[in-house]
Design a protein around this ligand. Structure first.
Ligand code: NAD
Length: 722
């Protein structure tokens, strides 16, 4: 069974975004609702969402909308029909009755219900329908949240389950966990239990909302939005709905009582203070931009009070999240008490109910990691607290069995098996410094001697945030130009070594791949990127230009695409704007559109499978692989082109759209892209363009405003417009 076309019934919050994600996977999706207008509006709402549920504007054209009355007949040709209408058993059942009349004999039907028993939804339907029916519980937002809980009933055919599981994993890129048909399945059930413990602690009056968020965020390996901010984002009404469902449907009366909502939540829902979508919940954004916090006693908002918890500050120095949780949990202070009162019972509860709701403890851990962004699932956390956690890196089912060949502080060489070697970064934010560069060189050498192919990739959230700017700033402030020159030469040497490696090199970016990270990707023989890759040459933001071969590579690619008799300006102009505006792609396919990836580069939807795919791609290149020869003739436009680019810079500056410093950087960039001081169009060698890059980079490093930009970005993580 293959999924080639799909229908989504219900164009609300979830339905419209699920349709968008099917389109991201290249699957045409029919999005239906009560009326054609309702479906259209749902689609338009999804289009306007931030972050974007669509990878590219082109993906939007794969979604067609319509009403149930006319549209349902078309589901006969759909391989998968996903129901995402209002959470009411009777309404869903009557829709399934209509679906049954139109479904093709092999059409798979699933419900996105978050709490209604899947078997109950299929009651009254034919055997054929029931064999093709199951639950598929997406998390909001469906593009970005990794978890998909798949819930077969006793009647679901194994082949149907397998089809959906495979498609969701490979094509939609989801982390699939097969759950048992119990109230609210795995992640929401356990997540809500934890939230209920936190509410009890809040009611005790011992902790502020900020303190609780500080104790339930990154300190314990949870997302920055921690507890209350997460509820504001997800919607306090949505949370209340799930809790009520659990309080009604769970078997044991004692456990049902645990899920009884505190009066505070009822009050918030009654007032309509349900979080970000209504402008206020546990936090409120003031017109001034300040965030204020709810005082639950008076139901008014007060200025935010940063939490002061010394043990959290102390724990920050512990890198390993398991050890950090253990230290905090056993602490004699307020944070330790809080964790023992809230996390402790949650872990015990998870251990008690796991066999009833999941097929393994590992599945429970995955559900919490993928659905709630926890670094460690409940069983991993328990092991960490008891000190029985295995020291081995976690071996998920998709992980390559890897053997480390070599390691320094910034990167490792690991043997991926089957003749593939991998350079894996592991510095902070995977910033590129001397260690990383050294390991790239070592990787190219080692691969040529003992392997057949090389992969540059890692298992971190972010491939690389770019070059280590701190080092650069220190040298620049000291005026150590020889040092800066050497740093740039070393990086250029590394990217060129990748490009001219004797064995094929596949670069595998995921998450952020900025600046130098992008330049590495530009120098692979091929790229295999995660669909969620945010890649860009962002150097201009810190007052620089890409000098690790990035400008050269973008120029060469643009000129290769330009017919020899064509005016090169539009081709170079595009590169000029990409680098000049520091464009960052919003997805892997978007990076192809911008030109950071080639049309032939590969996209892996499931980030967990990226290294496996990159390795396969690299090995597929091995037979007959001929490394590219150093380019001797990159076409450049000369001073005619330079004048045109400079005029553009001048006009933008005169119109007040760019600052003096932007204009200076623009002129330097134009200089490289035109080929320096050539009086007419001609050609340059790769090395000559690299020299132009380096020269421009060095001169910009000497500018006070560039140093200010770098310092600002290091401090705030944001660019400075000066
Ligand atoms: P929503 O309210 O945004 O959308 C519901 C859709 O159902 C609307 O487009 C509406 O037009 C349609 N609808 C209403 N009454 C109908 C009727 N009588 N017949 C047919 N259609 C009708 O809801 P949502 O948040 O998108 O939730 C949809 C489903 O997904 C629910 O089962 C919900 O439990 C589940 N879910 C929601 C979330 C979430 O975070 N919002 C997460 C996971 C699962």
């Amino acid at each position: 069974m293959h999924i080639k076309t799909a229908a989504v019934l219900g164009a609300g919050t979830m339905g419209a975004q699920i349709a968008a994600h099917l389109a991201n996977a290249g699957v045409p999706a029919l999005l239906l609702d009560i009326t054609p207008e309702a479906a259209r509006e749902g689609f338009e709402r999804a289009r306007a969402l931030k972050p974007d549920p669509f990878f590219t504007p082109e993906a939007q054209s794969l979604v067609r909308t319509g009403g149930f009355d006319d549209g349902l007949a078309q589901i006969s040709s759909c391989d998968w029909i996903i129901e995402a209408i209002v959470e009411r058993l009777d309404i869903k059942q009557s829709l399934f009755e209509r679906v049954e009349r139109h479904r093709g004999a092999e059409g798979i039907v699933s419900s996105n219900t978050s709490g209604i028993p899947i078997a109950a939804l299929a009651e009254g339907r034919s055997e054929g329908f029931r064999r093709h029916f199951l639950g598929t519980h997406f998390f909001n937002p469906p593009r970005y949240l990794h978890l998909l809980e798949v819930i077969p009933t006793a009647d679901t055919e194994p082949a149907v389950l397998e089809t959906i599981r495979h498609f969701a994993d490979r094509r939609l890129g989801k982390g699939v966990v097969v759950a048992k048909d119990t109230p609210n399945f795995i992640a929401n059930h356990l997540g809500l239990f934890g939230v209920m413990q936190v509410f009890r602690a809040l009611e005790s009056g011992q902790y502020t909302i900020e303190e609780i968020d500080a104790m339930t965020g990154p300190a314990v390996g949870r997302p920055k939005s921690a507890t209350f901010r997460t509820m504001d984002i997800a919607g306090i009404d949505v949370l209340a709905h799930v809790a009520r469902n659990l309080a009604e449907r769970l078997e044991s009366p004692e456990v049902r009582a645990v899920f009884k909502l505190p009066p505070l939540v009822d009050d918030l829902v009654a007032r309509g203070w349900v979080g970000a979508k209504t402008g206020q919940g546990f936090y409120r954004k003031e017109p001034t931009g300040e965030i204020s916090t709810l005082d639950p006693k008076t139901m008014t908002y007060r200025a935010r009070q940063p939490a002061r918890l010394p043990s959290l500050d102390a724990a920050r120095s512990i890198d390993d999240v398991g050890e950090r949780i253990r230290a905090l949990y056993n602490g004699k202070d307020k944070a330790g008490q809080f964790l023992r009162d809230t996390l402790g019972p949650t872990l015990e509860y998870a251990a008690r109910v796991a066999p009833g709701i999941a097929h393994s403890n590992e599945d429970v851990d995955k559900a919490m990691r993928w659905g709630f962004g926890w670094d460690l699932g409940p069983f991993e956390t328990l092991a960490a607290i008891r000190g029985t956690a295995s020291r081995e890196p976690r071996a998920t089912s998709h992980d390559q069995r890897v053997r480390e060949v070599r390691r320094n502080a910034g990167a490792s060489l690991v043997d991926l098996g089957d003749g593939a070697l991998c350079v894996e970064f592991h510095s902070k934010m995977n910033a590129i410094g001397g260690d990383t560069i050294q390991m790239l060189h070592a990787g190219v050498k080692e691969a040529a001697a003992n392997f057949q192919a090389l992969v540059v990739g890692n298992r971190a959230v972010n491939f690389s945030a770019g070059a280590n700017l701190m080092l650069l700033l220190l040298e620049a402030q000291e005026g150590n130009w020889d040092e800066v020159d050497m740093m740039v030469r070393a990086f250029q040497g590394a990217t060129m070594a990748l490009k001219h490696s004797e064995v094929p090199v596949v670069v595998a970016p995921a998450g952020l791949a900025l600046g130098g990270g992008c330049e590495i990707a530009l120098h692979g023989d091929a790229v295999q990127a995660a669909a969620e890759t945010y890649i860009g040459l962002v150097e201009v933001g810190v007052g620089l230009i890409p000098a690790g071969g990035g400008t050269k590579e973008m120029l060469a690619r643009a000129m290769d695409a330009a017919p020899s008799n064509a005016d090169p300006l539009p081709f170079v102009q595009r590169v000029f704007e990409t680098i000049g505006f520091a464009k960052v792609a919003t997805s892997g396919p978007d990076a192809k559109r911008i030109g950071y990836f080639r049309p032939t580069d590969g996209i892996t939807m499931n980030r967990d499978r990226l290294l496996e795919d990159a390795k396969a791609r690299a090995l597929a290149r091995v037979v007959d692989y001929v490394p590219p020869r150093p380019r001797t003739a990159i076409r450049v436009g000369g001073d005619g082109l330079l004048a045109a680019l400079k005029l553009g810079v001048h006009l933008a500056w005169r119109a007040g759209r760019i600052s003096d410093h932007d204009a200076l950087i623009g002129r330097k960039l134009a200089w490289i892209l035109a080929g320096g001081n050539l009086t007419h169009a001609g050609t340059l060698t790769e090395q000559q363009v690299l020299d132009l890059e380096r020269e421009a980079f060095l001169s910009l490093c000497g500018e006070r405003k560039t140093q200010e930009r770098i310092a600002h970005t290091l401090k705030t993580g944001k660019p400075l417009r000066n």
